[in-house]
Design a protein around this ligand. Structure first.
Ligand code: DGY
Length: 378
């Protein structure tokens, strides 16, 4: 890696940490400096190849912070191990880009950044839902094109949510936050599909429904679907929040799109390959009342041919976590993971509240290590 494309912070630090992209905020750098780290940051915007990351790691590197756009495979973990590496953190909550088995085989703990993306990601899923349902982007284009000639009864008719049914596939933290926003804010019934029941969410909807009925408003229902197909057939809006793995790759394909209501709305803020994007293009072409809102794409940054021609698809460039608070928080968590592991500190309990890691001196534990159990760190 060319020295001129590197920013070096705390050159006197005795632990070398490489970071494959500049990260927002400065708390993360304070954490690493306080831990005695010399931080070397690759400053370019281009996604680094495996060879470029290996060259950045070099022959002396204690830890790395990488991006979801990079494939952290067995080769990279072997290079990190060879260079004396003892920790890796993904700058993301999702880690489908990381070969965790290979990292564990090298004895390298893998960190991720849960707990700061929940509301931020759920909020963009809501934004995409409304943009799709109320045709905001099409209408904006219409205005800018000088086409508005005055109010018309049939101009940009869209869908109303109040009293309809929202479906959430993958009901972990983000899925549940989205579900609550749609139920609480827009009085929608909820159907969710998840490997495990989300009793907290079910209890919330029950209590909220009781609150509404006590005020003379209609009750709301919440139920866990037995199958994805059942959910797809029933819901007016479907939002995807599952992890990407062998079971969820192309979870939504042509056959399942065909099961959905012709005017349903599909939102994806999870991972692009959860949807067969070419099948989605074909479906949206033949079903003009069907709408989709996408934050993620099957082969990012590319989009399936034809996707950009469709008025019934709203797209944003994988920015679901892009609020300053969240992105700075993700940087703090990644730095805390690395700093704690390099100093032999323990790992926090899964699902712990991460707010105490986001400013000042963090607690002396690694906030989130996904292979902690495999490595005997818990
Ligand atoms: C993540 O952290 O997994 C997100 O996709 C980043 O926005």
């Amino acid at each position: 890696m060319n020295q001129s494309s590197l920013q070096i912070v705390n050159p006197a630090g005795h632990l070398r940490v490489v970071v494959t992209k500049p990260l927002p905020g400065c708390h993360w750098l304070e954490v690493l400096q306080a831990a005695g780290c010399r931080v070397e940051i690759a400053t370019g915007d281009a996604i680094l190849s495996g060879e470029e990351i290996i060259s950045l790691i070099g022959d002396h590197c204690h830890a790395a912070i990488g991006q979801l756009t990079e494939s952290w495979n067995a080769g990279l973990f072997a290079a990190l191990k060879q260079a004396g590496g003892r920790a890796y953190s993904n700058y993301a909550v999702g880690y489908n880009n990381v070969d965790v088995v290979a990292a564990s085989a090298c004895g390298i703990p893998v960190g991720n950044t849960p707990g700061v993306l929940t509301e931020t990601t759920a909020e963009i899923a809501v934004a995409l839902t409304f943009a799709a349902a109320r045709r905001i982007v099409e209408a904006d284009r219409f205005m800018r094109g000088g086409q508005f000639q005055g109010w018309l009864p049939n101009l940009f008719l869209g869908s109303l949510f109040h009293g309809k049914t929202v479906g959430v596939i993958g009901c972990g933290r983000i899925g549940a936050a989205y579900a609550r926003m749609m139920v609480e804010g827009h009085k929608m019934h909820l159907v969710y599909f998840s490997p495990r029941p989300n009793t907290q969410l079910e209890e919330f909807v029950q209590a909220y429904s009781a609150f509404l009925t006590a005020r003379g408003e209609p009750a709301l229902t919440c139920r866990r679907a037995h199958t994805v197909d059942e959910l797809l057939k029933e819901c007016d809006v479907v939002s995807l929040h599952s992890v990407l793995d062998a079971d969820t790759r192309h979870l939504i394909q042509a056959q399942r799109l065909a099961m959905m209501k012709p005017d349903a709305i599909l939102i994806n803020t999870s991972r692009g390959p959860v949807v067969d994007e070419s099948a989605l293009v074909t479906h949206c072409r033949s079903h003009p009342d069907f709408r989709a809102g996408l934050d993620v794409f099957e082969n990012e940054p590319a989009m399936a041919p034809g996707l950009t021609d469709l008025d019934n698809v709203v797209m944003v460039p994988h920015i679901a976590s892009a609020t300053r608070w969240t992105r700075e928080g993700m940087a703090s968590l990644a730095a805390c993971n690395v700093a704690a592991i390099l100093h032999g500190r323990p790992v926090a309990a899964a699902g712990a509240d991460v707010r105490s890691f986001l400013s000042g001196t963090p607690p002396p534990v690694a906030p989130s290590i996904v292979n902690a159990r495999q490595l005997g760190l818990v």
